[in-house]
Design a protein around this ligand. Structure first.
Ligand code: SAH
Length: 243
């Protein structure tokens, strides 16, 4: 729905963990102003015709949990999209493929024997469900982005994403595959965004491009050369579809 200024009333929050994931996308903002809150720069403005607030949260679950809370409570966003890189868990995937989360699990949360392993007590479950409507818009946006890239044959898939406060190497990823046979990818923020969004009733999606299979050099290469372009391309298609 458009407001009198012709902009969409539903302001969207866009989060990435690192500058390299968000830098390219920030160039597309119109009329952006920056508000600093707890040392984070929140870019508020219009992105492809839609009101948006974009922010680099920092790496890890605490950094994104506080940032997501601010987006919802202070900036009044009505939906949240987390975008960035992730390690490959499913052997069906390759670097450059895009994963849209249907569910997220904190793979490092364990209050057993008080609760089952991975269980989030405030939500009464381990598998945190992403919002179907925002996620399906993100899925189609990612498909349109890949299809528009000459020579890019990457896949876009939906499924389980794991989050924890560690960069996972190849050995740790093998262990994750054993513990979560249906997991697609691992990263360090998604489940925390999921938890804040579910607790606050905010629709959200988590979109990750596969950057590595546990190797830090491969990750750095993807981060330098591809990650920002993926985020910019996918978010621009998503904003244009919902403006
Ligand atoms: N070298 C970076 C640290 C990156 S941590 C720096 O110094 O700033 C990895 C980031 O990419 C996290 O935000 C995480 O969400 C994602 N990620 C990519 N590959 C990952 C992997 N194999 N394990 C965990 N997180 C991964």
């Amino acid at each position: 729905m458009a407001n009198p200024a012709g902009q969409s009333a539903a302001r969207v929050g866009i989060i990435a963990a690192m500058d390299r994931e968000l830098d390219a996308l920030l160039a597309d903002f119109d009329a952006a102003r920056i508000e600093l809150v707890i040392s984070r720069a929140f870019h508020c403005g219009v992105l492809h015709g839609r009101e948006a607030v974009a922010v680099v949260a920092g790496i890890g679950k605490t950094a994104v949990a506080t940032t997501t809370t601010l987006l919802v409570q202070h900036f009044g966003v009505q939906s949240v999209v987390l975008i960035g890189a992730a390690g490959r868990v499913s052997e069906e995937l390759s670097i450059g493929d895009v994963v849209v989360a249907t569910h997220l699990v904190h793979h490092d949360l364990d209050a057993s024997p008080l609760f089952p392993r991975y269980h989030v007590p405030t939500l009464g479950t381990a598998r945190l469900a992403a919002d179907e409507s925002v996620s399906s818009l993100a899925y189609s946006a990612a498909q349109r982005f890949i299809a528009a890239e000459p020579g890019n044959t990457s896949k876009v898939v939906k499924g389980l994403v794991l989050s924890g406060d560690q960069f996972m190497d190849a050995t740790q990823i093998r262990d994750l595959r054993r513990r979560f046979p249906d997991a697609l990818a691992v990263e360090m923020e998604g489940a925390a965004v999921a938890q804040v969004c579910l607790e606050s009733g905010t629709p959200y999606a988590v979109v990750r491009s596969i950057s590595d299979d546990g190797n830090a050099d491969t990750f750095e290469r993807f981060l330098q050369s591809e990650c920002g372009r993926y985020a910019r391309g996918i978010i621009s298609k998503l904003m244009a579809a919902t403006a």
